[in-house]
Design a protein around this ligand. Structure first.
Ligand SMILES: Nc1nc2c(c(=O)[nH]1)N[C@H]1C(S)=C(S)[C@@H](COP(=O)(O)O)O[C@H]1N2
Ligand SMILES: [Mo]
Length: 525
């Protein structure tokens, strides 16, 4: 039994290694782990996904893949043990898993061909054969008692009933393990070397200087407080939220963007160079994720360079609903099959909605959507910020629900007025005297007007605000607190330009963003 289970694991390992190496040649996303992982992400209800993001943060994808491997290992152990008794059943089981992987691969939204089934099928066939062979070694003596006698060994050490081809098994098992490891390593390096065209195309991008540059960040926008979020978030620290288990590597020279749909009088297809040659705008815009908890990390502020989306749409003959246009929803599609729905009215109301090509002075990083993504001030990312975009379709909210809406999130989601304490950290132990309480507040496209801090149940007191860059960016704030010994709760709230005070009513992130005040508990020594 234990050797049967071991055979199962070896067969599973071989199947995955072979599948990955074939996937590296076909399409990395067609590998069974990535395909099944992607399918489980899509099938996960909003509440569970939300929990996973909360629990594991940006590690959620790693945890998912490790989880899939753990489940597969257990199943392989069981299959192997069963195969000792029912040899055909073991092999059939491996083939069944191959079928599941293949089905997941071809049904992924970014799959365009049935060749995506090949990695799983080939892997499963190899795994099934290997299991058959290994289990054969384990049971061979039982079938042909002569074999044990022929070697003159098995008969000495094992009772004939439990006789088995020990040397044959060890040899087969060891070579299978070694071969799988080698094949796996080849698969890895093949996958890593894929996307070289994309990497090369990114390296050669030269961002032209924008026809409409951003004003310099006002001097007073950056407060000198240790521990506060930097006003501009460096690309390497910018949060990342998406469903991609493999980051799409798009070759900019082969990239196309199609604009079409209802009321598009002149549908168009644009190359990356077409966009680079247009007049570019440069804007500071704070991007926030609807999955951000009160006090959470999923907000970042960057200087984006791109094409004004409203101009491009106008060129295609699109009119917003307020001017009689038939389409009220703009659906953007990415190369990895994401769909994101944005109100056409918002995109064309004069705000700096853009197709971004650059982020903080460089081409978009692959993680953040190279070569082109959408950015719309004032809307959460899941209803506006499509990365790796390739298609824009004008349609209506009545006739189409994009990815997140199908999973319980809202159709429309303007960013809610929010504020966060960056320092001190929860459970910090500052000394008595002046303690700088500081953080950021955002209410994109309305602007932040006021930030107030409360110590325990005391009165709200106004914090010092960093100068406003634009109403689409967050503002840093600070409050010099005369800290007295003991435990204290620090709470922050913001007021936006419309005069609305951030609500204290606690709401979950689903369906359209968390609300409530952020507080931090500290002990002053
Ligand atoms: N293709 C694609 N674009 C996407 C997503 C995604 O899953 N796939 N996630 C969206 C969400 S929910 C957010 S908050 C932003 C995050 O952008 P960032 O990862 O660059 O911070 O991207 C948006 N664009
Ligand atoms: Mo998001």
């Amino acid at each position: 039994m234990p050797l049967g289970a071991l055979s199962g694991v070896l067969a599973g390992f071989a199947a995955l290694a072979v599948a990955e190496v074939v996937a590296a040649a076909v399409r990395p996303q067609a590998g069974p782990v990535i395909a099944v992982g992607g399918a489980s992400i899509d099938a996960t209800p909003a509440a569970v996904k939300d929990w996973a993001i909360r629990r594991f943060g940006t590690d959620d994808k790693l945890v998912l893949q490790l989880g899939i491997l753990a489940v597969l290992t257990v199943l392989a152990l069981v299959l192997g043990a069963l195969a000792v008794r029912f040899r055909r059943l073991g092999a059939a089981g491996v083939l069944l898993f191959g079928a599941v992987g293949a089905a997941a691969a071809v049904s992924r939204p970014d799959s365009t061909s049935f060749t995506d089934a090949v990695p799983s099928v080939v892997g499963a066939v190899v795994g099934a054969l290997l299991l058959h062979v290994l289990v054969g070694r384990l049971t061979s003596a039982r079938r042909s008692p002569a074999s044990g006698a022929a070697t003159g060994e098995a008969g000495d050490r094992l009772p004939p009933a439990a006789g088995w081809d020990r040397r044959g098994f060890v040899l087969a098992a060891a070579s299978a393990a070694a071969a799988s490891a080698a094949v796996g390593a080849v698969g890895r390096s093949l996958t890593a070397s894929r996307g070289q065209d994309a990497v090369a195309s990114r390296r050669t991008v030269v961002l032209p200087s924008p026809g409409s540059p951003a004003q310099p960040v006002p001097r007073g926008a950056r407060l000198r407080v240790r521990g506060i979020s930097p006003f501009i978030t460096p690309n390497a620290d910018f949060y990342r939220v998406d469903t991609a288990l493999v980051v799409p590597k798009v070759d900019a020279t082969a990239w196309r963007l199609r604009i079409h749909g209802e009321g598009v009088q002149r549908p168009g297809t644009y190359t990356f160079d077409d966009l680079l040659r247009r007049e570019l705008i440069e804007r500071d815009i704070t991007l926030t994720c609807v999955s951000n908890e009160v006090g959470g990390p999923y907000a970042g502020n960057a200087r984006w360079i791109g094409v004004r989306l409203a101009d491009l749409l106008a060129e295609c003959g699109v009119e917003p609903p307020s001017r009689g246009g038939p389409a009220d929803q703009l659906v953007s599609r990415s190369v990895d099959g994401m769909t994101i729905g944005t109100p056409v009215e918002d995109v064309m109301d004069g705000r700096d909605a853009m197709l971004a090509l650059g982020m903080n002075g460089e081409p978009l990083p692959f993680d953040h959507g190279f070569p082109v993504r959408m950015v719309v001030p004032g809307l959460y990312g899941f209803v506006s910020a499509c990365k790796w975009i390739k298609d824009i379709e004008l349609t209506s909210f009545d006739s189409y629900d994009p990815y997140w809406v199908k999973r319980g999130w809202a159709r429309k989601a303007p960013v809610k007025t929010s504020s966060r304490i960056d320092t001190p950290k929860p459970f910090a132990r500052p000394k008595t005297g002046t303690v700088m309480v500081a953080g950021v507040a955002w209410a994109q496209h309305r602007g932040i007007d006021k930030v107030e801090v409360r110590i325990d149940d005391g009165p709200w007191r106004q914090a010092d605000l960093g100068a406003e860059d634009t109403r689409d960016t967050w503002r840093q704030w600070s409050f010099p607190w005369q800290a007295t010994t003991g435990g204290h709760t620090l709470t922050v709230r913001a007021t936006d330009r419309t005069g609305a005070v951030q609500t204290d009513r606690r709401a979950r992130t689903v369906p359209d963003g968390a609300t409530g005040w952020h507080s931090v508990v500290v002990t002053v020594d």
